[in-house]
Design a protein around this ligand. Structure first.
Ligand code: PLP
Length: 461
């Protein structure tokens, strides 16, 4: 264990944490009688807590972030070197890593060419919304301002990002919301009455068209979608879905905004999730894995055509994108992101995701054969989920407490950290989530699925 947090010192840190830190997403009452989890070091997929207990992290930092794994000295070195040379200047000016990362990133995104820097997924999405709103003001008298989002998707935590969120329990108690956001139905085949229909993907996309027609195509500016829905239950799009979505967007002049905050940077086996589905988006946003959590960075990437709309009239002093993100000028982000991409390429991690993703899916299917509680397994690459049900025929979901107990069993009994959908939807917080680092091995995956197997056995007992 780290000497700096040995003995008395560690007890003090735990006390300080308990007394002063307001943690994300947790009820604090239980911490009055229990120690908070304090993580102090990590290497590869393993992390250690302040008491020296080691865990296998199957969720890349809890929320699908540390794609290249912990303890990467080359990223730390790249950041250090950049910071001592030039730490920050507002992004009204350029920076060396900013220019280099933008070039390297767009090389992997044919059809997209402009990179706007900010520092969280929510913020990157808000930039996308602001582009749509301003474009509507510039070209359509403000009319084409509506933004469609999908039931079950999540696009961030700010009030406007929540306004575009399809997860009821995330939104509950935080309204009123920003106007002009309209929901379209989800595409989860497992929970659709006609999900077995081979044409379901096309039908689910046509539901979006119905909403566009109902709202009036001249009022709809964009549609935001996760390529694979993450916190909403790891929902992979059904066959034909994205092709039809693309066709509909083109037909009605609706910009397609793809939220790659989770799927981006190799998680699904391609650089970006949308690249599995032959989609040509107008706006792509990403955060989390962009620098694997070694620095805070997010980006909003657009086509040159969209960028060009903001160049049109130089005589109009308001006719440019008048947005700023102070920390979008931090150079640590693009410096870390460049090295992160270099690692993914040099270590052939996209191939590892394909191979390990297939292996993991095989293990999960075996788990499904063994445990009736596993109703469905789905995912893409190293981004997978298992939906737990009380009854395979009715698909009645397990109580949220059951899914929580499985996660806790994995943590306490096997020292394996897995995730689950939490406080997203009434009744449907029943999906276990796995997103190990892209460097994982078969042995890691055996250990992860073995822990879930034991936890499900304990639940059934
Ligand atoms: C798909 C998706 N978009 C956006 C966000 C928001 O990102 P951030 O928490 O960095 O604001 C998240 C966060 O989990 C996400 O899963």
């Amino acid at each position: 264990m780290n000497k700096a947090v040995a003995g008395l010192e560690s007890a003090r840190i735990v006390d300080d944490d308990r007394a002063h830190v307001w943690h994300h997403m947790i009820q604090h009452k239980p911490l009055e009688n229990a120690d908070p989890l304090v993580i102090v070091e990590g290497k590869g997929l393993r992390v250690k807590d302040i008491n020296g207990r080691e865990y296998l992290d199957a969720v890349s930092g809890g929320v699908w972030t540390v794609n290249v794994g912990y303890g990467r000295e080359s990223i730390a070195d790249a950041v250090r070197e950049q910071l001592v040379k030039m730490c920050y200047f507002a992004n009204t000016a350029g920076s060396v890593p900013g220019a280099m990362f933008a070039e390297k990133l767009t090389e992997k995104m044919p059809g997209l060419s402009r990179v706007y820097y900010s520092n969280s997924g929510s913020e990157a999405n808000e930039k996308g919304y602001k582009l749509v709103r301003q474009l509507a003001a510039l070209k359509n008298g403000g009319k084409k301002h509506k933004i469609l989002y999908r039931d079950r998707d999540y696009h961030g935590t700010t009030i406007t990002a929540l306004s575009s969120g399809g997860q009821l329990q995330r939104k509950d108690q935080y309204g009123p919301f920003t106007p002009g956001f309209v929901e379209v139905p989800h595409c989860l085949a497992y929970r659709a009455p006609n999900g077995d229909d081979p044409d379901y993907g096309v039908q689910a996309a046509r539901e979006i068209e119905k909403v566009i027609l109902r709202e009036g195509p001249d009022t709809v500016g964009s549609l935001i979608l996760e390529p694979v829905t993450a916190g909403g239950g790891v929902i992979t799009p059904p066959e034909g879905y994205f092709e039809t979505v693309q066709e509909i967007c083109r037909k009605y002049g609706v910009l397609l905004h793809i939220d790659e905050v989770v799927c981006g940077m190799g998680r699904t086996g391609k650089w970006f999730g949308y690249q599995h589905y032959g989609v040509e988006p107008d706006i792509v946003t990403m955060a989390k894995g962009v620098a694997s959590g070694y620095a805070a960075i997010s980006v909003t990437v657009t086509t040159e055509e969209l960028f060009g709309e903001f160049l049109a009239d130089v005589s109009d002093t308001m006719h440019y994108f008048r947005d700023i993100s102070t920390f979008g000028g931090c150079t640590a982000g693009p410096a870390a992101a460049l090295e992160n991409m270099r690692i993914i390429e040099q270590e052939n991690l996209l191939d590892n995701v394909d191979e390990m993703g297939e292996y993991l899916m095989g293990l999960l299917h075996e788990l499904k054969d063994k445990h009736p509680m596993v109703g469905d397994v789905r995912g893409k690459g190293l981004f997978v989920g298992a939906e737990l049900v009380q009854d395979r025929v009715t698909k009645e979901p397990v109580d949220e407490a059951v899914a929580a107990a499985v996660v806790t069993h994995c943590l306490r009994e096997s020292a394996v950290m897995i995730g689950r959908t939490t406080r997203s939807f009434p009744r449907y917080n029943n999906t276990l989530c796995l997103s190990p680092a892209l460097v994982c091995s078969r042995g890691d995956l055996d250990e992860i699925v073995g822990a879930i197997d034991r936890a499900l056995t304990a639940q059934a007992a």
